[in-house]
Design a binder for this molecule. Structure first.
Ligand code: HEC
Ligand SMILES: [Cu+2]
Length: 334
């Protein structure tokens, strides 16, 4: 049994360490967390194997044989030494692992010297928005629908929610936390790899939960400064001549495509109505109201409160008009 146990444990640990459990790591916090995970695997696999081996061995060795149906087991009154050993060893292992986990937590939550980059993250069914501080120390009026952070600088997120519980998570950064209506929660990470990484909501928050996704851009410090400059300068006025081709891209980038089907934009979302079908013969005024005030009239078979009600703030009036014209044009035929 001992030989089998040792071999299976070794195989289990090897498999546990070889499996790529986590996505690409893009923050300083990821490494200690991933190492903690590996150490937990090294300790838990042999304990799992030991327990399962003893159970299987006992089932086989002490099983009831024909003719023993009415026999009682031998009267055993405990074994003090054995009980002390099997209580003490797990207690020592647990206290050790908890201490180690606590040290990792303290390490990943440590504040760097100097001011962090502060980002206010607001969750709302079913999108994130990101609010930044301007050079004058005031928050920039325009929010960003995507996250931009500089590489190599600690970032402090303050999480808020406008409606229900959400949970802000960039798996590449590893740490996540709930956004709770009415209170601010915070956490810090230090991005250490330039690239783009998915953002997900990790708390079931309604029918559109699975579409509550975004993109985190980790940029060089110089590119970040330039981007922030652009954000504080405000949105560029939309050029009317470009409105038509832009609208298709807007339809996808504003998140409409995640919930709606629209053949022209190659969108296959099924959370909301199929716009190719329901908008046929509808006038632009109806389409506009459906976007800026979705709960004014609910499409048959759907529920209110699923389509986000804040597109009139997220998009400029020119962008909304472009989407309305685009939807009206592409759903006319057929
Ligand atoms: C989270 C999912 C979701 C997103 C994102 C979303 N919608 Fe909707 N949409 C819905 C649902 C659900 C309905 C049906 C309920 C209602 O009428 O409000 C709907 C209804 C509509 C309607 C009315 C259809 C009808 O026949 O009444 C239009 C038009 C529409 N959406 C356009 C858009 C556009 C344009 C965008 C992007 C700017 C968008 N939607 C983003 C879920 C979504
Ligand atoms: Cu959510």
């Amino acid at each position: 049994m001992l030989v089998i146990g040792v071999i299976v444990s070794a195989l289990g640990i090897a498999a546990g360490l070889l499996i790529d459990w986590f996505p690409m790591a893009a923050s300083d916090e990821a490494k200690p967390i991933d190492t903690l995970w590996d150490v937990l695997i090294i300790f838990s696999v042999p304990i799992f194997v030991l327990v399962v081996t003893v159970v299987l061995f006992s089932v086989w060795k002490f099983r009831m044989r024909p003719g023993e149906e009415f026999l009682d087991g031998p009267p055993i009154h405990g074994n003090t030494r054995l009980e002390i050993v099997w209580t003490a060893i797990p207690a020592i292992v647990l206290v050790g692992l908890c201490t180690y986990a606590f040290l990792v937590l303290r390490d990943v939550e440590k504040a760097d010297a100097g001011q962090p980059v502060k980002v206010r993250v607001v969750g709302q069914q079913f999108a994130w928005s990101f609010h930044y501080m301007g050079a004058n120390g005031k928050e920039i009026a325009a929010a960003s629908p995507q996250l931009y952070v500089p590489v190599g600088k600690q970032v402090e997120f303050t999480l808020q929610s406008k409606d229900v519980l959400h949970d802000f998570w960039v798996p590449a950064f590893r740490i996540k936390k709930d956004a709770v209506p009415g209170i601010d929660t915070t956490y810090r990470i230090t991005p250490n790899r330039i690239g783009t990484y998915p953002i997900v909501c990790a708390e079931l928050c309604g029918l559109g939960h699975s579409t509550m996704r975004g993109t985190a851009h980790v940029m060089s410090q110089r590119a970040y400064a330039a981007w922030l400059q652009k954000l504080s300068a405000g949105p560029k006025p939309a050029a009317p001549a470009q409105a038509a081709p832009d609208a298709k891209a807007l339809f996808t980038s504003s998140g409409c495509a995640a919930c709606h089907t629209l053949a022209d934009a190659n969108a296959k979302g099924t959370v909301g109505p199929d716009l190719d079908k329901v908008l046929k013969g509808k006038d632009p005024a109806f389409i506009k109201t459906s976007i800026v005030n979705p709960d004014a009239q609910i499409a048959p078979g759907y529920q209110p409160g699923i389509m986000p009600g804040n597109f009139s703030q997220q998009l400029t009036p020119a962008q909304i008009d472009a989407i309305v014209k685009y939807l009206s044009d592409v759903t006319k035929g057929g």
